[in-house]
Design a protein around this ligand. Structure first.
Ligand SMILES: Nc1ncnc2c1ncn2[C@@H]1O[C@H](COP(=O)(O)OP(=O)(O)OP(=O)(O)O)[C@@H](O)[C@H]1O
Length: 362
């Protein structure tokens, strides 16, 4: 296998006619990283991946793979390989010929390319099926063949476009573990497009959250989850309440603000100009119920819904200017002092759990 390469995306944009799919993004993906491009449909993930692969031209900016600027190179000359969502296997060819296809294009003789294809099928534990056609395989097996076909070119980076989306939920989780194992054992750079935050959290060393053609945050999964950079990231990753308001002042290392249409709250952060818009995030599992909050660090919520989830209970509450506030508490805490729909309950959190979010799009 070849070595891994860093991918350097410098001020890259992609414009299709009047649509700007990717707007001036810059990103360094260190060599050997498992990187997930994460975001909702239409945010520009696939366009970014296809520009790295060379399947889409770059409207402006440059992409470097290792020391080579690949911006104007054709896909086969970049040192990347792409695995497509639908696997794009040739139905009329057996697995060996499917896997060997790119070597045939390169002019390698039949014996050599078939031997190498068999090696790749062995790596993916698919050699027993070598003479079958794709239609005679399960979804998970087809995915392994698609991986073998992508990896046969010894790429420095493997690009995967929603590789797990065609699989059923059970297989998805199994193949996810296999992808991670494969990346770790090969040590090459993986760039994996997904709209599932769970998938990205499970796989990535580096999560790149995209929204509307731009990067909202690029950081390891734990940082993205614990310190979401923007309201979009906090909402998209889930398990956070986002509250918007306007700054009124500061106190004891906290920014004090008025909730839009509601009371006054505080959050850890530097003083900001009075009147400035502010978004804060509060983890749903870091809220205590039934405890009087410190000034600005909680409110009285009216319980709107209760969902029992086994180990935890999910409460939804409303407050002045706060439409939907979620609290996840341990089942034992809930059942030791149960509350009912319609009850008014104090909700409280600590200063460090109220995070001021950045404002990328304002
Ligand atoms: N060939 C094209 N011509 C015109 N517009 C395009 C083309 N490809 C993509 N777009 C537009 O560019 C934007 C980004 O698309 P892209 O496929 O990169 O998003 P995505 O995040 O991968 O979405 P999905 O998860 O749905 O695949 C969208 O608004 C899309 O409609």
């Amino acid at each position: 296998m070849s070595k891994a390469a860093e991918i350097d995306i410098a001020s890259v944009s992609k414009v299709y006619g009047t649509t700007t799919a990717v707007e001036d993004i810059s990103l360094k993906i260190p060599a050997g990283t498992y990187c997930c491009l994460l975001g909702p449909s239409g945010c520009g993930k696939t366009s970014t991946l296809r520009m790295i692969a060379g399947h889409e031209s770059i409207s402006s900016g440059d992409i470097r793979l290792g020391n080579t600027v690949v911006t104007d190179l054709p896909p086969a000359k970049r040192g990347t390989a792409m695995m497509f969502q639908s696997y794009a296997l040739f139905p009329h060819l057996d697995l060996i010929d499917n896997v060997a296809f790119s070597l045939k294009m390169k002019g390698l003789d039949k014996e050599k390319r078939r031997a190498k294809a068999l090696d790749m099928l062995k790596l993916m534990q698919m050699e027993a099926y070598a003479t079958r056609r794709p239609a005679q395989l399960s979804g998970g097996q087809q995915q392994r063949v698609a991986l073998a076909r992508a990896l046969i070119t010894d790429p420095e980076a493997l690009l995967l476009d929603e590789p797990l989306s065609a699989l059923d939920p059970f297989l998805k989780i199994r193949m996810r573990a296999e992808l991670k194992k494969l990346q770790t054992s090969l040590g090459i750079t993986f760039v994996h497009v997904t709209h599932s935050q769970e998938e990205a959290m499970a796989l990535a060393d580096l999560i790149v959250v995209m929204n509307d053609g731009r990067i909202e945050q690029a950081a390891p999964p734990r940082d993205v989850f614990e310190r979401p950079a923007t309201a979009f990231v906090a909402r998209f990753m889930g398990d956070h309440n986002v509250i918007a308001g306007r700054v009124t002042g500061s106190r004891d290392g906290m920014v004090v603000f008025d909730v839009n249409g509601g009371g006054s709250l505080a959050a850890s952060g530097k003083p900001q100009q009075a009147g400035a818009p502010i978004d804060i995030a509060i983890r749903t599992d870091h809220v205590r119920i039934g405890e009087a909050p410190a000034p600005g660090l909680g409110f009285t919520g009216i319980v709107a819904n209760i969902e029992y989830r086994g180990a935890t209970v999910k409460l939804s509450a409303t407050g002045a200017g706060i439409d939907d506030f979620t609290v996840i508490i341990d089942d034992s805490d809930f059942f030791s002092k149960p509350v009912a729909i319609g009850d008014a309950v104090p909700l409280a959190w600590d200063a460090e759990d109220a995070i001021v979010l950045g404002r990328l799009h304002s």
